[in-house]
Write a protein that binds this ligand. Structure first.
Ligand SMILES: Cc1cc2nc3c(=O)[nH]c(=O)nc-3n(C[C@H](O)[C@H](O)[C@H](O)COP(=O)(O)O)c2cc1C
Length: 332
């Protein structure tokens, strides 16, 4: 069974549109690199605030960091003034972004109160101005990520998609929730069909896709051209590769062995220390360790202990010890 077809995003062709969702605090360079290696049509950076990008703050530069093995990479921007978005887009183009994604889906108060993210779905005039100036500022394709609308009385994603297409956007992703839902309830994949019918652009369905079965169902219900996966990849950077193989008719990709899983955690852990430095690296890696080990016998106790450690070497030693009963050399 072959469900996925290649899509074109401006000059780019994405053979298997299974896309890693942008997630602030999660989809940094170390995580994305691993996801990409296991298979993903496209990876998207964490949201970068346009103002911070222009000031080239340390954090924004960390978020815009990418690796050639990721190519093509999409760098996501959030902002509420057309001029700043244009300037930040240019900077990211210079940093090698293959795609600039505009965030009109983030529901977080800090972002929304600045009239960025999903707040732009309440002001389609400003949304249009932001899209227009971003598209005009760069040669690379610009894509747009949105929700269904601000609330259920204002499901205007199809209108925004039409505006975006007219202004030169090349791909639309829809998270099947409203802003007011935040992350509650379940994603409405069927709604995404309305966006698909409103534009001739590639449309990507997003929200609550955590397995191969979910991906198939989301595509069937939405008629979308591809899927975007976020939280389902927590502690499972191989999930997108599995979904991709399934939807491309390449059969089942099994879960990696526990030896491989441990090697992946260590790789990500080391890369986080290099990117963020020792203390921040240790802190930021905690949640990933929690996700990787979730469901394993004794994991709650292990997490309690490991979260108290500040020394990266001690964390790695404890990880090795925790995984040892499942490693193949233990059975040998
Ligand atoms: C921790 C976290 C951070 C997120 N950060 C971003 C972001 O930076 N930009 C964005 O467009 N969406 C962001 N999102 C939304 C996701 O990209 C995605 O739309 C949402 O989680 C639904 O997909 P999922 O159910 O597959 O996770 C974030 C979501 C989470 C859970």
């Amino acid at each position: 069974m072959q469900t996925l077809k290649p899509i074109t995003v401006g000059p780019l062709t994405i053979d298997a549109p299974v896309i890693l969702a942008p997630m602030t605090g999660v989809t940094d360079l170390p995580f994305r690199k691993i996801v990409k290696r296991y298979g993903a049509g496209l990876t998207v950076s964490e949201m970068i605030a346009s103002q911070a990008m222009i000031r080239e703050t340390r954090q924004s530069l960390q978020k815009a960091a990418w690796d050639p093995t990721e190519e093509p990479v999409s760098l996501q921007l959030a902002g509420c003034t057309p001029r700043e978005m244009a300037e930040a887009a240019k900077l990211n183009e210079q940093r090698g972004a293959a795609i600039i994604d505009i965030n009109m889906g983030c529901p977080v108060k800090k972002v929304v109160n600045g009239d960025a993210g999903s707040a732009l779905m309440r002001d389609l005039k400003l949304a249009g101005e932001i899209i227009d100036s971003t598209v005009k500022a760069v040669k690379v394709p610009v894509t747009l990520k949105m929700r269904m609308g601000w609330c259920h009385d204002s499901l205007n994603a199809p209108d925004l998609a039409r505006i975006a297409e007219d202004l030169g956007v090349k791909m639309i992703t829809v998270h099947g929730r409203t802003r007011n839902q935040m992350y509650k309830g379940s994603a409405d994949w069927r709604f995404v069909r309305r966006v698909k019918e409103a534009t001739s652009l590639p449309v990507i369905v997003n929200g609550d896709i955590c397995s191969r079965e979910d991906a198939r169902e989301a595509l069937a219900q939405s008629g979308a051209d591809g899927v975007m996966i976020g939280r389902g990849a927590y502690g499972r950077p191989w999930l997108l590769g599995q979904v991709m193989a399934d939807l491309s008719g390449n059969g089942d990709k099994p879960e990696p062995s526990m030896d491989e899983q441990l090697a992946v955690i260590i790789e990500q852990y080391d890369a986080m220390q290099s990117l963020y430095g020792r203390q921040t690296g240790v802190n930021l890696a905690r949640k990933h360790i929690g996700w990787y080990t979730k469901g394993l016998t004794g994991s709650a106790e292990f997490r309690n202990k490991v979260n108290q450690l500040d020394d990266p070497d001690a964390v790695l030693a404890m990880l090795g010890e925790f995984y040892s009963p499942w490693l193949s050399r233990a059975a040998a």
